[in-house]
Ligand binder design. Structure first.
Ligand SMILES: NC(=O)CCC(=O)C(=O)O
Length: 300
């Protein structure tokens, strides 16, 4: 659904018509920011948007994949920083502490020893590092005459599945291409996640085909909220992002979606809907694991 949830360079929000003050909901802000080649400017813009989202009532603010650097293998080494000692981590921690909101810091190229990762950091409202997710599935694809991309030429994959707790709500984190790997997200659902946040940067080839389809499929199959956060589209960039940051509810309905330009989508995530869908359509207890079991246990 587009239209009343779409806004350019401003913060927009919408409450559920049936919301009441006792609903255990979480107001999330998905910041579709413009990312350029000036790292300090990118970080300053993210910090500004975190403050604006807080003023608009957000309790959790999520940034896009690669928000401090242009997205591309030739940029990662130059823009990489250590976590949590690097300047970007410090800025996010400070912004979280100043605003008291949880910040899901999209992703940044992370340097760790002689390796580079595509890493999402999560900061609680006191500025403490709550979670760190290193992209598990690197974006290596080849679509003849369309696009070739090989993150694995410069990045190493993470080896952890990442979830965190916020005020009693369990939230999973995956980064972009991770979204295509159902088993990993299935494990997050089994662990009790009500929401999965996916900082991402789909492109002009796969974006129109798969972005909404994947978000809605995961939400429907796993019966949870899905939040996808993209950078704004920059047609002059080496890699052109699809945009269309969106929030999908556990029924698989798109409750809010941006277009391709800068903006922030603010919406309440009502965790009661997860319970409602899971009770109404109880597939979680109806699986025939005597016939199939494709998902192994959560590795602690
Ligand atoms: N940054 C990414 O992982 C891109 C993933 C993507 O575009 C896809 O189609 O999957």
């Amino acid at each position: 659904m587009m239209g009343d949830n779409t806004l350019t360079d401003a913060v927009h929000w919408r409450f559920r018509e049936d919301s009441n003050p006792y609903v255990r909901g979480l107001k999330v802000a998905l910041v579709q920011m413009a990312v350029g080649s000036d790292k300090a400017k990118n970080v300053a813009s993210a910090v500004k948007q975190i403050h604006r989202a807080k003023e608009a009532g957000a309790q959790l603010v999520a940034l896009p994949e690669c928000f401090n650097s242009p997205y591309g293998t030739k940029f990662f080494d130059e823009y990489a920083e250590e976590v949590p000692s690097g300047a970007t981590s410090r800025a996010l921690s400070k912004a979280a502490a100043e605003t008291g909101v949880c910040v899901v810091g999209g992703s940044v190229p992370e340097r760790f020893g002689n390796k580079l990762y595509n890493t999402c950091t999560v900061w609680d409202g006191s500025g403490k590092l709550l979670a760190q997710h290193r992209k598990v599935h690197l974006f290596d694809i080849r679509i003849p005459n369309k696009m070739t991309f090989r993150e694995s030429e410069v990045l190493s994959p993470g080896d952890q599945i990442t979830t965190f707790d916020l005020a009693g709500i369990k939230i999973g984190v995956c980064i972009c291409y991770d979204l295509r790997f159902y088993e990993m997200l299935h494990l997050m659902a089994q662990e009790g996640c009500a929401l999965i946040i996916c900082p991402a940067a789909f492109n002009m080839t796969t974006g129109p085909r798969h972005w909404e389809l994947l978000a809605r499929s995961r939400a429907n199959d796993l019966q949870l909220w899905m939040a996808l956060v993209s950078p704004a589209r920059d047609t002059t960039a080496a890699y052109v992002a699809w945009g269309h940051s969106m929030l999908v509810d556990p029924w698989g309905s798109v409750v809010g979606q941006l277009k391709e330009s800068e903006g922030t989508l603010i919406h309440e995530v009502d965790v009661k809907v997860v319970e409602e869908v899971r009770n109404n359509i109880p597939v979680r207890t109806q699986r025939r694991t005597d016939l199939y079991e494709t998902v192994k246990k959560f590795k602690k």
